[in-house]
Design a binder for this molecule. Structure first.
Ligand SMILES: [Zn+2]
Length: 320
């Protein structure tokens, strides 16, 4: 067991939050309306389900949820089956998916184009570390980017502050301040990867991991600024034809990603885009991570947070 391994685990992007505080027994208002009721029904079913054994619900969430809903066997099976089916086919359309409002599509498109121009001009590496205010000021000074409009900024503010449970993402939010700057003096560029990690536990964890697992293990995604997460999330929404639910099943919305606070992704050199698919579990790197105790599949395939299985995501920090 490597030093610090007990604090490290492989998890879904938002698996960190699997205690699901939004649906705790003491805060029944935290996840709104129909989506919340549907989620509660699903989780209560999962907690009570015996016929669907592989489903793993966080114990505290299950305990809280049991106070809300008494499981109803017929309904229960249907709910959990539908949910798991949806997560398995995360990148497809589903009947209850929530879409971008038609009225927001123009401002969404212009904000996305501006973010793309901004990344091009700022540089791919620098964009990982750029703060929100810094990016806005940069755009104001750049003829190639041009200033964000009031409507674009209002739209991004709304996206950031909205409860993502509305469209099916149930993780909590490590970044609550959209304009919080990244401490660049604490960020280190990891040679040969194009990515950054924070000094301290994230960097030490990565170095130890490579010493233990071998040089075939490589950082595939490190620190991401809020602006980077906006760009990634908006790209997903565009690729999903405005489907917010589909986008958030495979990418945390801005503010909800733990890449902003120390988590990172690991892959196997030469495995390319497959490092971000479930095929990663068949790699030598993944097997080594598992054998050495780096992997804690607390929230594996079948997590109840509205997110696909992400076996490449390394969790770092106090909550791990
Ligand atoms: Zn990740």
């Amino acid at each position: 067991m490597p030093p610090g391994a007990s604090r490290v685990c492989l998890c879904p992007e938002i698996g960190y939050h699997a205690s699901v505080p939004q649906v705790s027994a003491t805060e029944p208002q935290a996840v709104p309306d129909v989506n919340r009721r549907r989620f509660l029904a699903t989780c209560a079913c999962a907690a009570a389900s015996t016929v669907l054994g592989p489903v793993l619900a966080p114990a505290d969430a299950a305990a809280g949820l049991a106070l809300f809903l008494a499981p109803q066997p017929g309904l229960c099976d249907g709910h959990i089956r539908d949910y798991l089916e949806k997560m398995h086919h995360f990148d497809e359309r589903h009947a209850d998916d929530v879409y971008l409002a038609d009225a927001d599509r123009p401002v969404f498109a212009s904000a996305l184009r501006r973010l793309q121009r901004l990344q091009r001009v700022v540089g791919f590496g620098n964009f990982y570390l750029i703060g929100f205010d810094e990016a806005v000021r940069f755009a104001e000074r750049s003829a190639a980017v041009e200033p964000f409009t009031r409507r674009e900024l209002d739209f991004m503010d709304r996206v950031f502050h909205e409860d993502a449970a509305r469209y099916g993402f149930y993780g909590v939010k490590p970044l609550t301040q959209m304009t919080a700057p990244i401490r660049k003096d604490k960020a280190v560029k990891v040679p040969g990867t194009g990515n950054y990690l924070y000094r301290g536990r994230p960097l030490e964890t990565y170095r130890q991991l490579r010493r233990d697992v071998g040089k075939r293990a490589v950082l595939t995604s490190g620190i991401r600024s809020v602006m980077k997460q906006f760009l990634l999330f908006f790209d997903k929404i565009r690729d999903a034809d405005g489907n917010l639910s589909r986008a958030s099943r495979s990418l945390a919305p801005p503010g909800y990603s733990f890449h902003g606070v120390g988590d990172f992704d690991v892959g196997q050199i030469g495995y390319g885009p497959d490092n971000f698919t479930e095929r990663f579990v068949s790699t030598e790197v993944f097997h080594r991570l598992t054998d050495l105790g780096y992997v804690n599949l607390r929230y594996p395939n079948g997590n109840l947070l509205g997110v696909r299985f992400e076996p490449w995501h390394i969790k770092v920090g106090e909550s791990a």
